[in-house]
Design a protein around this ligand. Structure first.
Ligand code: ATP
Ligand code: MG
Length: 298
């Protein structure tokens, strides 16, 4: 059974690159691609395979220094963003990877346009950048909690019912701009169910080693579950594009979440046709001379 599955099998079913008819209710958080719990050890092997592939691709990405890869993670609390990032990126060279966690904006950040703080965090060429939360919070938490929009001090005339639609447009334009500059974008929504979130919160309360992860603020967000689901659905409908697709990843089973994310990242890098920069004949001759001198060295 081990070698029958290909990583690409775990990519296409979760890709959303045309948002128009997207409905969150069509996506089951408990989906495991038809694979049973017994498949778990094979899934772990496959994830390991994707981690090895990733390390190899990353080395070439860095050497070639042309493309950058930006991975965006959005989810409700306890959906497993942090642990997914940790597992999927476990094999790669830390020097070629930049993880940035976006928290509530500072006073300085609030005094700027909403994309301002992200701009300088976009990965450099040759790197993989990870946004743990992102500018998408601007159409999620800020939409669910109106007081956060008020805290942004926008001129009154600019705040209307159209503001979310306008933000979607601006985000799409920004992502197109990045894509045209060699930044490949993949966006992940880790789709956890309300019941599974409850289980994970209880585990955080019951296990002393997990207590630190529990925050009462997370419970307040849970109270707004429906508003968040609506905001996520609208966000995906409006920002899923060919150049910057969303992946709606089932998140009730962590082994499956990791397998899907690992597969998407490996598949994306495979599609870039990465190669080590070629050395021309003159350079090869020069290297041969340097080598000969080094061998002769007294
Ligand atoms: P964890 O809880 O797993 O450590 P987290 O991503 O939930 O990770 P927190 O520090 O708990 O990290 O939360 C960050 C908070 O910052 C979230 O509640 C998020 O909604 C909020 N936030 C992020 N970006 C913005 C934004 N642009 N405007 C307002 N709030 C934001
Ligand atoms: Mg949190």
């Amino acid at each position: 059974m081990k070698n029958r599955h290909r990583l690409s099998e775990f990519v296409e079913p979760y890709r959303v690159d045309k948002g128009k008819n997207f409905k969150l209710k069509d996506h089951d958080p408990g989906d495991t691609g038809g694979l049973s719990e017994e498949f778990k050890p094979t899934a772990i092997d496959l994830l390991q395979k994707s981690v090895h592939q990733l390390a190899d691709f990353q080395d070439k990405l860095y050497a070639q220094d042309r493309w950058a890869l930006l991975l965006i993670f959005q989810a409700m609390d306890a959906a497993g963003k942090d642990s997914t990032i940790k597992h999927v990126m476990s094999g790669i060279n830390p020097q070629g990877c930049q993880v940035y966690s976006f928290k509530s904006p500072s006073t300085e950040e609030l005094d700027h346009d909403f994309l301002w703080r992200s701009v300088s965090r976009v990965p450099e060429r040759g790197r993989i950048g990870i946004f743990n939360r992102s500018y998408y919070e601007e159409v999620l938490v800020v939409r669910v909690h109106r007081n956060l929009l008020e805290a942004q001090h926008l001129p009154d005339e600019l705040i209307s019912k159209k503001i979310w639609q306008q933000r979607f447009e601006d985000i799409n334009a920004y992502e197109r701009y990045l894509t045209r500059n060699g930044v490949v974008i993949r966006k992940f929504f880790l789709n956890v169910s309300k019941a599974e979130q409850k289980k994970r919160f209880l585990a955080r309360l019951d296990d002393p080693h997990k207590n630190w992860k529990f925050s009462e603020a997370d419970l307040r967000e849970r109270d707004c579950w429906k508003e968040y689901q609506d905001a996520y659905e609208d966000m995906i409908q409006n920002t899923a594009t060919k150049h910057a697709p969303w992946f709606v990843v089932p998140a009730d089973n962590k082994w499956f979440t990791r397998l899907v994310v690992g597969s998407v990242v490996a598949d994306t890098l495979a599609g870039l046709n990465l190669k080590y920069p070629a050395v021309d004949a003159a350079k090869r001759k020069q290297l041969a001379e340097v080598r000969a001198n080094l061998v002769e060295e007294k």
